[in-house]
Ligand binder design. Sequence first.
Ligand SMILES: NC(=O)c1ccc[n+]([C@@H]2O[C@H](COP(=O)([O-])OP(=O)(O)OC[C@H]3O[C@@H](n4cnc5c(N)ncnc54)[C@H](OP(=O)(O)O)[C@@H]3O)[C@@H](O)[C@H]2O)c1
Length: 323
Amino acid sequence: MRAVVRDRYGPVEGLRVATLERPVPDPGEVVVRVRAASLNMADLDHLLGRPRLARIGTGLVRPANRRVGVDVAGTVEEVGRDVTGLRPGDRVWADLFGNGHGALADRVCVPASALSPLPDAVSFDDAATAPHSGSLALQGLRAAGPIRPGERVLVNGAGGCVGPFAVQMAKARGAVVTAVDHGDKLDFLRDLGADEVIDYTREDVTRGDRRFDVVLDIADTRSVRLLRRALAPGGRYVLIARRIGSFAEKALLGPVVGGLTGTRMGVFSWRPNQRSDLAELAGLLAAGDVVPRIDRRYALDDAVEAFRRLESGAARGKVLVIP
Ligand SMILES: NC(=O)c1ccc[n+]([C@@H]2O[C@H](COP(=O)([O-])OP(=O)(O)OC[C@H]3O[C@@H](n4cnc5c(N)ncnc54)[C@H](OP(=O)(O)O)[C@@H]3O)[C@@H](O)[C@H]2O)c1
């Protein structure tokens, strides 16, 4: 089989396609024939070994795991002993974060418990866009509590991997959505359904008169002090953290500032690859409430180019790798 691998932490140029032994599933494992995979910022962090603190778990000097890629959609090829409920040919999808990575390959062997059934109504390409970033958007919005029709929702950093899912999910719940990102992405954000779009290079949304009932902060560039000004009375702020320092600030200070100002501010505890989340995502995709945006498709051999596209910030939607 062929798989994208890395030998050390470092830039995307260190990736290569290797020919590996065809996997044989151990008891409880399943070999998945990969039909589509997509890239996330988490994959870039995985390659670069950042934050450095994470290397305590992933290998201090060299990465213990050479395989790459978390978002996968495909079909079951072979099941190991003791696997129930999955048969060859079944359509499946998963976020392999915490389950060995390895989506960038023609096959990947994973615990059966990592896989969720993929309904026929959702194509492999569409499915591959969503497990990681779609779940982050889903859990982030859920952490803000129920969104009522007409509530004003700000998605800060809306044009990356997670934001397009969050904008569409908030719209599907009847919210009035303001999406903030780079000026080059404003048309893309309008196309997602955002009611108002703001270019962060021209305007600081925390300094104007706008007040929001919900702020989903993906860009993670502002302090608690500034962010609370963007909240309406009773407003809820949720951070999808990018930086450890910011995570600590919002986790520790957020509840204090929230308590003093009649708002709710905090981070949420991310739980990757929840079956219930994937079932909810499948429903949203099948109903057309969330339409995955696919930027470009790359072959396995062009994985370096695919990662460069992700890294450049130029992608409008998810970057797919199709083995
Ligand atoms: N909380 C958790 O438990 C958890 C779990 C998993 C992952 N994560 C993290 O969650 C993040 C997910 O975000 P993502 O994948 O959507 O990232 P992304 O693809 O990098 O998107 C972030 C977007 O924010 C924009 N941006 C940059 N500066 C901004 C500013 N000042 N104001 C508004 N927008 C700005 C970026 O635009 P430019 O292109 O102009 O920079 C980009 O379009 C990742 O960093 C991941 O590491 C958190």
